[in-house]
Design a protein around this ligand. Structure first.
Ligand SMILES: [Fe+2]
Length: 269
């Protein structure tokens, strides 16, 4: 058995973000000529190889392409083998009735990491592609932030709060980013907001907070494209290295030698 790699300090934490697995009901099935199960497993194998010690894995939504109980059960069974705490927030493709997601509205779930906290938020609205934070959910978030100002905080949700400069993707943005900004402007301890949905890496900064999106484990979307378009770049995941003094570093890793041949005839997603 591999000996777990010693962290620089026992209080440092390594968090992995995966997102947009879009798993299908049949694990052998393909969508746009790509099998989402293959990308997901290849990403998890890469994570296991690169990071022998992980403190938590956060999935930022769209676990399933079509929300089915058996798909979610297969995901849960697969994730158990890593013996690492794992959490997920719902995406627009998910159904919170079929998977007991960590975040039961209106209370956000807090992943306690000592000096750091990850707060899981639900930005998904049943029947909609775009996102929205429920008023009561934001009020509870406000209380959490107010009561934990001695912690460094990461917020995790599915939808992108800021424009990706891509018309078709921006139609499906978090629609009440103004409410989130109003809340964040009151505090200085929210270091990061991590999300998925846009199937590409991005970084934005606002106030004292960095906003990061992460590649899908499935197919990628072409950055800054006004019309729907796939990108040929490989699937990936994000690693966050958190230090107890509030400093952090983060990097996106992509699979090598994994280039699925996407059927690009599809005009929407
Ligand atoms: Fe999504």
């Amino acid at each position: 058995m591999t000996k777990a790699k010693q962290l620089e300090s026992s209080t440092d934490k390594i968090i992995i973000q995966i997102t947009d697995t879009h798993l299908l009901q049949d694990p052998k099935e393909e969508f746009v000529q790509v099998n989402p199960e293959h990308g997901f497993h290849a990403v998890m194998d890469d994570i296991r190889k690169n990071f022998p010690h992980i403190d938590a894995i956060i999935h930022t939504g769209d676990l399933a392409q079509n929300a089915k109980t058996e798909t979610y059960q297969r995901y849960l069974d697969y994730m158990q083998q890593f013996a690492v705490p794992f959490f997920q927030v719902p995406g627009n493709h998910d159904d919170i009735e079929k998977l007991p997601f960590a975040t039961a509205l209106p209370e956000p779930t807090v992943v306690d990491l000592g000096a750091w906290q990850i707060i899981l938020l639900n930005s998904a609205v049943t029947g909609k592609i775009d996102g929205w934070f429920d008023h009561e959910h934001l009020e509870r978030l406000n209380t959490l932030l107010e009561n934990n100002q001695d912690r460094h905080v990461i917020l995790a949700c599915h939808h992108h709060p800021f424009s990706m400069h891509s018309k078709w993707i921006d139609q499906h943005i978090l629609k009440n980013t103004t409410d989130l900004k109003q809340l964040l402007s009151k505090y200085n301890h929210v270091k990061l907001v991590v999300f998925g949905h846009v199937h590409q890496e991005s970084i934005n900064a606002w106030h004292n907070t960095e906003f990061l999106s992460t590649p899908s484990t499935f197919v990628q979307f072409k950055p800054r494209s006004d019309d729907f378009a796939f990108d040929d770049i490989a699937p990936g995941y994000r690693c966050l290295h958190l230090k107890s003094d509030g400093q952090y570093s983060t990097k996106v890793y992509r699979l090598k030698d994994y280039n699925p041949k996407i059927n690009k005839e599809i005009s929407g997603y």
